[in-house]
Design a protein around this ligand. Sequence first.
Ligand code: FE2
Length: 466
Amino acid sequence: MRYTLRKSEGRKSRWRFSPGIRLKLIAFLLPLVFLLVVSVAATVTRITDSAIRRDLLQRGVAISRVVAFSAGYSLLSGDRLALDSLAAETKNSAADIEYVSIRDMGDTVLAHSRIEERGKGYLRPAGAKPLGTFVDTRADEAMEGGRALIEFTTPILFSGKRVGTVSLSLSKKSLVTAQEGIRRSIIIAASVVLGIALLSTLALASVITTPVKKLSSGVNDLASGATFRPIPVRWGDELGELTRNFNRMAETILAQQNRLSRYAKEVEEAYVSLVRVIAASIDARDPYTLGHSTRVARISCEMGRKLGFSGEELEHLEKACLFHDVGKIRTPDDILLKGYSLTSPEVVEMRAHPGDGAEILRMAPSLHRYIAVVRSHHEWYNGQGYPDGKKGSEIPIHSQIIALADAFDAMTSTRPYRKGLTPGEAIEEILRFRGTQFSPELTDVFVRMAKDLPVLETEEWKGMAL
Ligand SMILES: [Fe+2]
């Protein structure tokens, strides 16, 4: 049983009952089986009731006729003792015989299994309902003393002439008992059949729903991008064929997805390579900043390691460093190479490069993750930076790291108009801007790291910057 949340347009969200295939099968099959079993049980009950009743009537008619046949001679010869004996023995011959009465032509009781009835006139039981006549015996349904019985009345014939009447009654208790016994057996049998039908329906539902559920799970895995494993095919029917086709389709989709991912990675790598080339070209426009982006990347990644960045974060940080000044491709050479005493319009032009870099990265969806970092690498911790005046935690942490590395590399680089600072002097300068241009916490991490920065020991660094 499942419940799903469906949201209809213009309506409030509400839970809707959505029964699964198993429940639908059970709901459809069980009532059918129930109706079938009940109708079969009712028919069997009716037939057995009828058979039991017929047997009782046949037995009563037979006994009554035998008594009538036996009583003929004794009646004519006036042998009352023989008639008494016949009535008593007949009564004792079966437990369900209520009484036996032998009467003469005037309906006076000559012999009776109840001695007190002898000599009385015959009284037909009140409310007797005729059930029919069988050969020469009439059967009536009646009540006597609160007990239901059937009275059989047979004429006593001698030489073809009627000389008296025999009445014999059978209790219906045995009939009711037999019917109840049969009904009990039928109810037990019907319950067993219903139980088996329920189990069979559940088994059938399971046989049908298990492969469907596996297919549904496979579709979900495929749709969500989770690891997909081919669904085992255990059936040779239509569901098995469907599963085989689904596996083939999933393999095709996954192969295409892998191909697309590979293409996307190749495109991204090509674009990154292009941007690396552009970054290197920009650095190369000024011989004194040659290798700047690469050095900023090395310092920043060292700091990222001190901060406990993951491998993926370090890769992200390294690329952001390579891209950080890519916007300078739009900065004219005379401004880029001037380096000092810029006029106000030139400062505006120079300060456009973080925004320009963000615009360039916006052209490739796979590089969108670097846009915010590149745009904010000249923001100040106190909000006095550019281009957006962000401050504190509004500035991405990668931008704050790049800002420190960028400043350190710029200060330690020698320019035509000034000699580069020593690392120690640059650190002192950075500390002067702790809490204004740079984050206090990151400044402290940077200073601790810079004192034993391995990259400063390399020939490349010494040659380029110090
Ligand atoms: Fe920059």
